[in-house]
Design a protein around this ligand. Structure first.
Ligand code: UDP
Length: 328
């Protein structure tokens, strides 16, 4: 991501409220909004985010306010006229949302309702950060937005999948009943600097293992697939989805259609980290989707968006940032 340069806020600068501002994706979105000249209010309870992620944003003294709060509880926000509500708050890695299962469900249900109500009160545009997990273990491949998904509503991933699906349904109802200007973005596996080193996801696990010279832990036989999008591309997609005039009531996939098996991905990480690949196989977690790849035709047509950063370049930047963090 480019370093954000200070640009003082205009009197009539757009005002953005961002939940999950201290998270991996939320903090990159905040930086980008500040770069675009928004006044930004960021909320987080730091259950998975961190204040270090906001180091850059916090230097924007007049344009950025951080409020540590839980959007599930009653909370206060500065008395401003909000133009945009970006709802990103939720644990997002399988390890985190298993550990924080009920908290995840509440953030996506009560938290979503609270943010929709704020958007309604201010006639603000609303963006829900949803997930490719809404498709569960998909039987249609690649996944278009019209696919209803294949989710185990009783399984270990249900706390995330089903609560995001509930958040989507609630968002649709606010759009239908109150004509709220909403859009839902289904985010596919996103990676980049500021991912938590120990959140258990494949990108931080493989990179840290490779940098430490350890074997890479492949779950199952490694034939399952994922498609990885760099965080700057994901943020660009979110921005276009919010600011475009043609996204009201829409649901849009934002992800990278380049698909890799996890074993192929392990080979790429080993090569980029300059080590010989050694793999240790571990059991596949329950309900781990066998395939995942977005159909992004809708994003191309509606937003003129597609990923711009190659996997090699994005991973090189991510490996650099992790190497730096491991040395510190
Ligand atoms: N995975 C793996 N080794 C790891 C971590 C994850 O093989 O150390 C696999 C995991 O089983 C899944 C894929 O990598 O098939 C992506 O997992 P991740 O937790 O990053 O995200 P998911 O797409 O499952 O939400």
């Amino acid at each position: 991501m480019p370093e954000v340069k200070h640009k003082s806020c205009q009197i009539n600068a757009p005002v953005s409220l961002v939940t999950g501002a201290g998270g991996f994706l939320g903090s990159h979105l905040v930086d980008r909004l500040l770069l675009e000249g928004h006044r930004v209010i960021g909320l987080d309870n730091l259950c998975t985010g961190s204040l270090e992620n906001l180091d850059n944003a916090l230097s924007f003294k007049n344009n950025f306010n951080y409020i540590q709060t839980d959007i599930v509880e009653s909370f206060k926000i500065p008395d401003l006229k909000y133009d945009f509500v970006w709802h990103l708050a939720s644990p997002a890695s399988p390890v985190d949302y298993r550990r924080l299962s009920i908290e995840t469900m509440l953030a996506n249900s009560i938290g979503t309702k609270n943010m929709l109500d704020i958007a309604l009160k201010h006639s603000a545009k609303f963006l829900l950060a949803s997930t490719s997990e809404a498709y569960g273990d998909p039987q249609v491949h690649p996944q278009p937005e019209t696919y209803w998904g294949n989710v185990n509503s009783l399984g270990e991933r249900a706390c995330y999948d089903e609560s995001k699906r509930f958040a989507e349904a609630l968002t649709c109802e606010y759009c239908r009943r109150y004509c709220l200007d909403t859009r839902i973005i289904r985010i596919f596996n996103t990676y980049g600097p500021r991912m938590q080193i120990n959140d258990g996801r494949v990108v931080p696990n493989f990179i840290c293992q490779a940098l430490r010279g350890e074997s890479l832990t492949v779950y199952g036989d490694g034939a399952q697939t994922r498609s990885f999008v760099y965080v700057a591309d994901e943020v660009e997609g979110l921005l276009r989805a919010m600011l475009s005039g043609n996204t009201r009531g829409e649901v849009i996939n934002i992800g990278n259609p380049e698909e890799y098996t996890i074993l192929e991905f392990a080979k790429i990480i080993a090569r980029l980290c300059g080590i010989e690949l050694n793999v240790v196989y571990k059991p596949l977690p329950p309900d781990d989707p066998a395939k995942r790849c977005p159909d992004i035709n809708k994003a191309r047509v509606l937003l003129g968006w597609e990923p711009a950063v190659s996997l090699e370049l994005g991973l090189a930047a991510t490996i650099d940032s992790f190497a730096h963090e491991l040395i510190m």
